[in-house]
Design a protein around this ligand. Structure first.
Ligand SMILES: CC(C)(COP(=O)(O)OP(=O)(O)OC[C@H]1O[C@@H](n2cnc3c(N)ncnc32)[C@H](O)[C@@H]1OP(=O)(O)O)[C@@H](O)C(=O)NCCC(=O)NCCS
Length: 193
């Protein structure tokens, strides 16, 4: 696939690459990231290098697409978001984190909207899902703001730091994405005169 660039007012997204290693190493090390993801903590000294090489491999093999999220205002690397397709079912799961200094600026929401558009329009998917721990309502809010719908809670679904944790699942279907793009239907004239 030709390497894409996704743009909104707030963020620019491009494939994660070796230039991002120092920023990933610095931002991914925060415990606030690890407590709600499967990012290891303490973060190993070669953690970013390994993660970025794996992401590059995903792009090369057309198997998974991990983007760097650049904040447009500062042109700084702010976080990562990846979409992981399951081709047999035309579906995918999205995962993400934003570096602590960039929280609360709408970046995750902007990035999720863009990656959903990429998933339906470029990857031709039918369904895109994401999940979060109950202790991480901000991430659920991001999913809602990207027009994903709550589908249910999988009890004890994930083993995280030696603890079975529930997973709150959201998804959006192609038909819902298309409907959200359609211009609002003209309301019928009701006045006769
Ligand atoms: C969750 C995370 C991705 C959010 O990123 P962000 O760029 O700050 O998100 P946004 O600014 O786009 O939106 C955050 C929303 O959550 C809301 N929010 C923040 N804290 C909240 C809380 N405790 N409860 C409910 N909503 C909360 C914000 O108010 C905002 O919603 P609003 O615009 O309606 O006010 C980021 O905090 C993060 O990376 N956390 C650690 C890793 C992680 O959790 N990854 C996701 C795993 S599922």
């Amino acid at each position: 696939m030709k390497k894409p660039e996704l743009n909104s007012d707030l963020v620019r997204m491009r494939p994660l690459d070796t230039v991002d290693i120092p920023a990933v190493q610095r931002l991914a090390a925060a415990e606030e990231i690890a407590r709600n993801t499967f990012v290891p903590h303490p973060y190993p000294p070669d953690g970013a290098e390994e993660f970025v090489q794996h992401a590059r491999e995903g792009w090369r093999k057309d198997e998974a697409y991990v983007f760097a999220i650049m904040e447009k205002a500062s042109e700084e690397f702010a976080g990562c978001m990846g979409i992981h397709p399951e081709p047999a079912h035309h579906r995918a799961v999205v995962g993400y984190w934003i570096g602590l200094p960039f929280w609360g600026r709408g970046l995750a929401t902007a990035a999720l909207r863009l990656i959903i558009q990429f998933g339906f329009e470029t990857l031709q998917l039918n369904r895109i899902a994401a999940g979060h721990f109950p202790q991480n309502p901000a991430s659920g809010r991001v999913m809602q703001k990207a027009n994903m719908r709550y589908e249910g809670t999988l009890r004890g679904s994930l083993l995280h730091r030696d603890e079975y944790r529930d997973e709150i699942r959201y998804a959006i279907l192609r038909a819902e994405f298309e409907a959200s793009k359609a211009p609002a239907k003209k309301t019928k004239e009701t006045a006769e005169d």
